[in-house]
Design a binder for this molecule. Structure first.
Ligand code: BTN
Length: 361
């Protein structure tokens, strides 16, 4: 696992030049042996290093480390209001504190909140962290991105694998007046927003796989996890987690249980390296716009485009159900709640995302 010191070493190396073990040790105030140990950990985390006797260490394919200020700058460029770096999220009014309780007729939730951006080197999961924070603080419009997650979570209790410098892992908090039923189709709407962001950054050809996988030529390049805190009737606080493979080392790709690809493959040979700070800003900008639309109109405005972007629309598929059974049929589309509609001859059946997996038949 990478430590904060490991990250400061990697930041020193991020210029892609050679740095001697002595220089690195001096900048971080450690022994050369400790530097070598920390760099071994970086390699285990998926970063490629070159060691040359007499010259030192060099990061191969040096990543552009995430930088909150770069992301804020790009978001302002896209026309968003962005909170200053030192602004603290407001405390939520305590439910049992009359002085703090919102007066009746309190302003509705702002559909276009100022965005706040925080980047951390390492956290268990950006979504878990935002969910924890949401108990005390208002996370409406809060973006939390991490260079490395130590317990990244995928759908259906799976582990989400990402590498420092080669992935994008971030979460965005949002509040809705409505409750769980209303936000049922939100993760599908998020899929459409992510595809728009990728296309705006010259990464075309990514498709959706129900409910919210992002795939390229049938290989997974990213995923979306939407989690909710709140009452059935609303209001609710949602944490939208997005994970994208930007440039995964081959060894890591092999370790992941399903066939995966990355955005570097999507960009194609000879394309410029992906600027992760700009990409995250573009993703957040598309997400913020789509979440505001969703708050007003629900899933309806996204449904037709979602179907167009679905790699399996009109195709034969097999659904793996939680009880181990499977159902075959042809994908007829999704309904207004984001449920998959499967056709078997004249019969139609609806399936809610929950624990179901879709496979090509
Ligand atoms: C999936 O396809 O299973 C969903 C993957 C979602 C991964 C992202 S990475 C950022 C956020 N934090 C997490 O722990 N998970 C989501």
């Amino acid at each position: 696992m990478l430590t904060p010191l490991g990250f400061s070493l990697l930041r020193q190396l991020s210029d892609g030049d050679f740095h001697s073990g002595e220089d690195l040790a001096a900048t971080v105030g450690l022994t050369r042996a400790r530097v070598s140990q920390l760099l071994k950990q970086a390699e285990t985390a998926g970063l490629a290093l070159e060691r040359v006797r007499g010259r030192g260490y060099r990061l191969l394919g040096a990543p552009d480390f995430l930088d909150a200020e770069e992301i804020r700058k790009a978001l302002r460029g896209f026309g968003f209001q962005v909170a200053a770096a030192d602004a603290k999220a407001p405390l939520l009014p305590a439910a049992n504190d009359d002085d703090l309780a919102l007066p009746s007729g309190a302003p509705a939730i702002d559909p276009h909140p100022a965005l706040s951006v925080e980047v951390v080197d390492q956290v268990d999961s950006t979504s878990s962290e935002l969910l924890r924070r949401s108990v005390r603080r208002d996370i409406h419009g809060a973006v939390l991105a991490a260079e490395l997650q130590t317990a990244g979570r995928g759908r259906r209790g799976r582990v989400w694998t990402a590498v420092a410098g080669g992935s994008l892992t971030f979460s965005l908090g949002w509040r809705f007046e409505q409750g769980a039923g209303f936000v049922a189709g939100l993760s599908l709407a998020v899929g459409v927003a992510v595809i728009h962001a990728l296309e705006a950054e010259h990464l075309p050809g990514v498709e959706l796989k129900w409910p919210n996988d992002l795939i390229h030529r049938h290989l997974k390049v990213g995923g979306i996890l939407v989690e909710l805190n709140g009452d059935a009737l609303g209001p609710s606080t949602v944490v939208v987690g997005v994970g994208l493979n930007v440039r995964l080392p081959v060894a890591i790709k092999r370790d992941i249980a399903q066939p995966v690809s990355d955005l570097t493959a999507v960009a194609g040979r000879g394309a410029p390296a992906i600027d992760r700070n700009r990409l995250i800003a573009r993703l957040v900008s598309e997400l913020a716009g789509s979440l505001a639309t969703y708050a007003q109109h629900g899933f309806a405005p996204f449904a037709a485009e979602w179907q167009r972007r679905h790699a399996y629309q009109g195709k034969p598929v097999k659904l793996l159900l939680p009880d181990g059974e499977s159902v075959k049929g042809t994908v007829a589309g999704v309904d207004s709640t984001g449920a998959l509609v499967l056709a078997d001859g004249p019969r139609r059946a609806r399936f809610l995302a929950g624990e179901i997996s879709l496979r090509r038949a």
